[in-house]
Write a protein that binds this ligand. Structure first.
Ligand code: KIV
Ligand code: ZN
Length: 505
């Protein structure tokens, strides 16, 4: 019989903790809405007690999302649990996720607590959280390096205290499929009330085994997978949602597992995350890599022409990779645009639709044909906008291989135009230097990427700029234009505006 797995997505919490993957409030909401479209069952929106910013985004996700449970992580501390509840109490289906470490090494060196103290604390905090919320998940951090008999005793007690889900994390990505299977079987055998709770697993990918370990756990009785889009997460990341889901889909015959996920939303979820964070997936990454469905060699192409099943175990359409169809042109009106936006699966309010339409018109004027991917790019950029402290008025660049590049950039702030001129190592550097002079801040360019959204000479340039201001926070800006210098300048200004928005929060 096929077993339904609960998909617990932690892209916004464990994923967001990974270097280069931080997101601002608006970006988290955008990502959460996409996770809802993807139909994950639980969204872990963040760690509400970590900072006022985290609290605000968990709260907003909880108040926006209607189709999934929304969880907040909390250490086994009253103050963390209070804060979590405060953030998620208005969710349609709130979940408090509390955790404490249970391995000897963590208890001794990190917590400086005895096993009995850890057990007492876990029981007390699960009981405390239960006063707020019926849906309580308890995680035993570093479970796979913990004594399974101790864990069984602890789990039995936290179930009695009200835990409805027991999570067994492989926090350091150390276990192996057979070992994990046996470990879970031992815990089950020694936890008499285990049938009253959902067994969840949360696997890290340090040895590249996160997905395999999760599947072994399902065989041992786990019914919840914790995972992230593109496998982002601490260090080598978490189990990749898209891999787990497509394995369940493609190899039902072996695993007899299913999920509620709309697999056709996988590619869009992956691309949105890449656009927001600027962290690309490797081209050969399973399911969502650029080459995952590309057939390069002559022999493969020949086979594919005769019968796609020769080299294709799942269709590109099943994960949402569509032929990049031409959709609209410069004569298309707002209704046609709105229809297309709906067809692509977006629900925009009037304001966002108006902004996206204005950007579409601007692009359609310069570009003969506008494709689905262009519309995706326009919407994902427009929907993650912050207040525009600075806007671009004009720029003039003078550049060549025998002269020093010079840029004159004029930007508007509070109704007033400010113009600065700067030189640089090439046109983009010169323009970035001029912007820095206008902003009057010492900014460090951490990353700059430029890629085309579609093919062809008039393709949209999609520029990404990562800026830091020396206090450890990185701000990602994006710019879209058929002119790559303009796209780059817009991306830089977008990152500056995000930085200012964060600073004034
Ligand atoms: O990896 C881990 O152990 C975690 C827990 C907090 C669930 O992320
Ligand atoms: Zn983790």
């Amino acid at each position: 019989m096929t077993k339904k797995m609960i998909i617990f997505d932690t892209t916004l919490r464990d994923g967001e903790q990974s270097p280069g993957c931080s997101m601002n409030n608006i970006e988290k909401i955008e990502m959460a809405k996409q996770l809802e479209r993807l139909r994950v069952n639980v969204i872990e929106a963040g760690f509400a007690a970590a900072s006022p910013g985290d609290f605000a985004s968990v709260k907003e996700v909880a108040e926006t999302i209607k189709e999934c449970s929304v969880a907040s992580l909390a250490r086994a501390l009253k103050s963390d649990i209070d804060r979590s509840w405060e953030a998620i109490k208005n969710a349609k289906a709130p979940r408090i996720h509390t955790f404490i470490a249970t391995s000897d090494i963590h208890m001794k060196y990190k917590l400086k607590m005895t096993p009995d103290q850890v057990k007492e604390n876990a029981i007390a905090m699960v009981g405390y959280a239960k006063k707020y919320c019926s849906d309580i998940e308890f995680s035993a951090e570093d479970a796979t390096r913990s004594d399974p008999y101790f864990l069984a005793e602890l789990f039995e007690e936290v179930i009695k205290a009200g835990a409805t889900t027991l999570n067994i994390p492989d926090t350091v990505g150390y276990t192996t499929p057979d070992e994990f299977y046996n470990f879970i079987m031992t815990i089950k055998e020694h936890t008499p009330s285990i049938h009253k709770a959902i067994i969840s697993v949360h696997c890290h990918n340090d040895l590249g085994l996160a997905v395999a370990n999760s599947l072994a756990a399902a065989k041992a009785g786990a019914t919840q997978f914790e995972c992230t889009i593109n496998g982002i997460g601490e260090r080598a990341g978490n189990a990749a949602l898209e891999e787990l889901v497509m394995i369940m889909d493609t190899r039902k015959d072996v695993y007899q597992l299913a999920s509620d996920i709309r697999t056709e939303e996988i590619v869009r979820s992956s691309m949105l995350l890449t656009r927001i964070t600027g962290v690309k997936v490797q081209p050969n990454k399973a399911i969502v890599g650029k080459n995952a469905f590309a057939h390069e060699s002559g022999i493969h192409q020949h086979g594919m022409l005769n019968n796609k099943k020769t080299y294709e175990i799942m269709t590109p359409e099943s994960v949402g990779l569509k032929a990049n169809t031409m959709v609209l042109g410069k004569h298309s009106g707002k209704h046609a645009f709105e229809d297309k936006v709906k067809q692509l699966g977006y629900t925009l309010d009037k304001d966002d639709l108006g902004k996206a339409f204005a950007k579409f018109k601007d692009i359609a004027d310069k570009k003969k044909e506008v494709y689905d991917r262009d519309i995706d790019a326009i919407i994902s950029k427009e929907s993650v906008q912050v207040p525009k402290t600075y806007t671009l008025t004009r720029f003039v660049i003078n550049s060549g291989n025998t002269i020093t590049s010079t840029a004159s950039v004029t930007m508007k702030k509070g109704g007033k135009n400010i113009e600065k001129v700067s030189v640089g190592d090439g046109p983009i550097d010169a323009a970035f230097n001029a912007i820095q002079k206008i902003v009057g801040k010492k900014l460090k360019l951490e990353d700059y990427q430029l890629q085309s959204v579609t093919e062809g000479g008039d393709a949209l340039g999609d520029a990404l700029v990562k800026l830091s201001n020396g206090v450890g926070q990185i701000h990602v800006g994006r710019g879209l234009s058929t002119d790559v210098v303009e796209a780059s300048i817009q991306a830089f200004i977008n990152a500056v505006n995000k930085m200012i928005d964060q600073e004034t929060d």
